[in-house]
Design a protein around this ligand. Structure first.
Ligand code: PEP
Ligand code: MN
Length: 338
């Protein structure tokens, strides 16, 4: 059980709820951050009187589930959030933002070549991992700091915004120094200390859906970031695990409009990890635009067969250019620009 306080509430009214809970043999856990103050009722016993709590000053309501708290906190419809990506792009407005680049940063020449090609084709940001969360410890783990330095120089050279992953709290300072948005990967969606820590940063956060996370769990993970003070979250649908094994993951496009409706946050679709197969990337990009995606995260590599990670799902530079040419008219038909 949660007591939801009104948007404006004093310390006194919180203390009043705590005292009232104590008189009902319960303990209140106060949670206040950038979002609405809530008080979780610990040890709900027979003496809990919900009506009495509801009538206290500055109490907005008494709710049963975190999902209800989430919905009540943001109102319906929630206020739409726009997220700036570098100095050139706003995600969540009319423009659909395309973020493209290799899975991993491998080599500066190739990174620069890719950056120039994707910028020319219309991407607003370059993606590329320096810290790579890999399934096997034997696999390439990313260039780490050296990769970050390359991203920093390519950012200088091209003016592209940089989106790159941060895997741990200890990496945040180094990643923030070069990134325009901090990517939290699917494996880390449940890492609450990391979510809180990126929530204390000024840079926007691209939060990828955990591959077994429900929509509500996904939105609650975003709430950790927002609660810590950072409202600039881009939700990223990147596919979930199902019994289907032809595709690497099952891209769950139905959550795109629903996640937007419930959170007011922009939603980015990643058809690369969402399919694992390069030839499915373009059709899923089109489907993503049609269902209201605010951005696309696409893996691109100058020579996919030689990529150090995720080559099977990467488009080559020509394939990406062609894809972008096709998406322009579709975006306009959907009332958007690319
Ligand atoms: C990635 O974007 O390269 C990545 C590792 O994605 P995910 O966290 O969705 O698996
Ligand atoms: Mn990848």
């Amino acid at each position: 059980v949660f007591v939801l306080m009104q948007e404006v509430c004093s310390r006194q009214s919180i203390d009043r709820v705590l005292a009232e809970l104590a008189s009902m043999d319960a303990i209140g856990h106060v949670s206040s951050g950038a979002q609405r103050c809530t008080i979780e009722v610990l040890e709900v016993g027979p003496r809990l009187d919900r009506g009495r709590l509801e009538r206290l000053p500055a109490v907005a309501g008494v709710l049963d589930e975190p999902g209800q708290v989430l919905a009540a906190c943001h109102g319906s419809p929630p206020r739409a959030t726009e997220v700036a990506l570098g100095s050139r792009a706003i995600v969540g407005g009319r423009q659909v933002a395309v973020i493209a680049g290799p899975c991993s940063v491998e080599d500066e020449g190739r990174l620069l070549e890719t950056a120039r090609a994707v910028a020319e084709a219309g991407a607003v940001a370059l993606r590329g991992g320096a810290f790579k969360p890999r399934t096997a410890p034997h696999s390439f783990q990313g260039l780490g700091n050296r990769g970050l330095e390359m991203l920093g120089r390519v950012r200088q050279e091209t003016g592209l915004a940089i989106v790159t992953e941060v895997m741990s709290v200890a990496q945040i300072e180094r990643v923030t120094a070069v990134a325009d948005a901090l990517q939290v990967g699917s494996r880390n969606m449940h890492n609450t200390p990391l979510l809180r820590a990126v929530g204390e940063q000024e840079k926007p956060v691209l939060l990828k859906r955990g591959w077994s996370a429900t929509l509500e769990e996904f939105l609650l993970a975003a709430e950790y970031v927002r609660q810590a003070g950072n409202p600039h979250v881009l939700l990223c649908e990147r596919g979930i695990r199902t019994f289907e094994d032809y595709v690497r993951n099952t891209l769950a496009l139905a959550i795109v409009p629903e996640a937007k409706r419930r959170s007011g946050l922009p939603v980015v679709v990643d058809p690369s990890h969402g399919t694992g197969r390069a030839h499915l990337v373009a059709p899923m990009c089109r489907a993503a635009l049609a269902c209201g995606a605010d951005g696309l995260l696409i893996e691109v590599h100058p020579s996919p067969t030689r990529a150090w990670s995720d080559g099977a799902q990467a488009l080559d530079l020509g394939g990406f250019r062609e894809l972008m040419q096709g998406l322009g008219p579709l975006a306009r038909a959907c009332g958007r620009d690319l």
